[in-house]
Design a protein around this ligand. Structure first.
Ligand code: NGQ
Ligand code: ZN
Length: 452
């Protein structure tokens, strides 16, 4: 049992003064008022739950910045995707592990303590399975283990190249599994689960998984735990879905799958008011990735209508052109301000603070999408927390009423000072315990990729 004292901890009921946190076996054994300061280690003035990152394609971190030159006047999500596929073709297990480890260090330093990895680079670039068909999944598990971040691994089922059922293109071949092979992979990975590793299910998208395959997966006893799917990111896919399946993607999923709190619909960007209300009522998580959705020219999620209907959401850094929960949440709010020409949108009856609402909502939805007991400083939850840098000038004169607003809206200096995952310190004074080794392995891997 380890005991800490903090002047302010953000508990489910809000900021709590003079809090004692007791941690045993990686979980909070107690979190509440009433510490005798003297007998516990002093953590600092502001302690928050660590943020879950609910959507990541780790390998894409190493191509950030390499798709920002116009190649043709009609550059779009779809031309970006070709660049991304070409890049993916150079990634094997060693590269994936090196890139993911670097990414996870960056995530921890930014305040993410858990990541949901939406993983579809299963086979060799030519489409043949590795000697161990789980080789790429194991690379991600290893990267998470060595950095200390919590991981929900979501092996992805990917079957077709489009709504019309066309076969996978040459570049997509390495993503493909049949349902049986896919379920064998899930079964194998499930055996590795522990307090920092959860294994869920992912369907790449309605474009890539036909209705029968969705049904076959959902019927399996292995379809337990969180269930993620890309849903309505681009207007072209909405139109194709209407043509081929007679309904819009979110509508189709709500009508044809038992969408409930286990589900996370990533990029539920394009929804009618009716779909927005129905998704909110389903209790599923809307997986929002505002920086990637902006970078790829997707569109704006109807945040206000969705929150008004009680919808649950969380945030992900997806393609990792940014690795910062602050930037995701800021973009989420700013998109709404720009389109409505108003201010302070994400508020609630319990709090007028945009920072508190966004951080709190994203903790709740991110934890739900992760399928693990995280996202809150409370008894029984995994002991994931971040300590803000109270010495930063940005926090001068700040207190409970405005510290989260300042954290989210006051500039670009990283205010995350220490980070704990499952009771273990992984970042101290802004440095990850193994960041030099991990960065040098990353540099070598990126140099190899560039040479190919
Ligand atoms: C992905 N990424 O799977 O990496 C996708 C692109 C696709 C985003 N949607 C590929 N942001 O959707 O087909
Ligand atoms: Zn994605």
């Amino acid at each position: 049992m380890v005991e800490y004292f903090t002047e302010r901890a953000w508990l489910p009921e809000g900021w709590c003064a003079d809090t004692r946190l007791r941690i045993a076996e990686g979980n909070f054994a107690e979190a509440g008022f009433g510490s005798t300061q003297a007998d516990a280690e002093h953590l600092g003035r502001f302690v928050l739950p660590g943020m879950p990152n609910l959507h990541s394609h780790a390998f894409q971190r190493a191509m950030a910045g390499l798709a920002e030159r116009q190649t043709n006047p009609d550059d779009s999500f779809w031309t970006w995707r070709e660049t991304m596929y070409a890049f993916a073709g150079r990634i094997g297990p060693d590269e994936l592990r090196a890139i993911a480890a670097q990414l996870y260090v960056e995530m921890l330093k930014a305040g993410y303590t858990h990541v949901c990895e939406f993983h579809y680079l299963h086979h060799r670039p030519d489409g043949k399975p590795y000697a161990d068909p789980a080789a790429m999944s194991l690379a991600l598990i290893e990267a998470a283990r060595e950095t200390g971040i919590g991981l929900t691994l979501l092996p992805v089922l990917y079957r077709t190249g489009g709504f019309d059922g066309r076969p996978l293109s040459e570049r997509q071949r390495r993503f493909g599994f049949d349902v049986d092979g896919y379920l064998r992979l899930v079964e194998k990975l499930r055996q590795m689960e522990n307090s920092r590793l959860r294994v869920g299910i992912a369907l790449h998208s309605l474009r890539a998984v036909p209705a029968e395959a969705i049904r076959a997966v959902l019927e399996s006893p292995l379809a337990a735990g969180p269930l993620h799917v890309h849903v309505a990111e681009q207007t072209v896919e909405v139109e194709e879905c209407v043509t081929m399946r007679g309904a819009r993607p979110v509508e189709w999923l709500l009508d044809n799958a038992p969408v409930d709190a286990r589900w996370c619909l990533v990029h539920a960007t394009h929804m009618t008011p009716e779909e927005t209300r129905r998704l909110a009522e389903s209790s599923a998580v809307a997986g929002l990735c505002p920086t990637t959705e902006a970078n790829l020219g997707d569109g704006l999620f109807p945040l206000q209508a969705y929150r008004d209907a009680g919808g649950v959401f969380g945030i992900g850094s997806d393609s990792h052109i940014s690795v910062s929960p602050i930037e995701e949440l800021r973009w989420l709010e700013y998109g709404q301000r720009l389109i409505s020409r108003r201010r302070n949108i994400a508020v609630s009856e319990s709090s007028a603070s945009v920072g508190e609402n966004l951080w709190g909502d994203a903790l709740f939805g991110g934890a739900q999408a992760s399928g693990t007991g995280i996202g809150a400083i409370e008894q029984g939850a995994r002991a994931d927390l971040i300590v803000l840098d109270e010495a930063s000038p940005l926090l001068a004169g700040r207190d409970a009423g405005n510290v989260l607003d300042t954290f989210l809206f006051a500039g670009n200096a990283n205010l995350v000072r220490h980070v704990m995952v499952a009771g273990e310190w992984v970042v101290c004074d802004g440095r990850h315990r193994d960041e030099e080794n991990i960065a040098s392995r990353y540099r070598e891997a990126v140099a190899r990729i560039a040479q190919d």
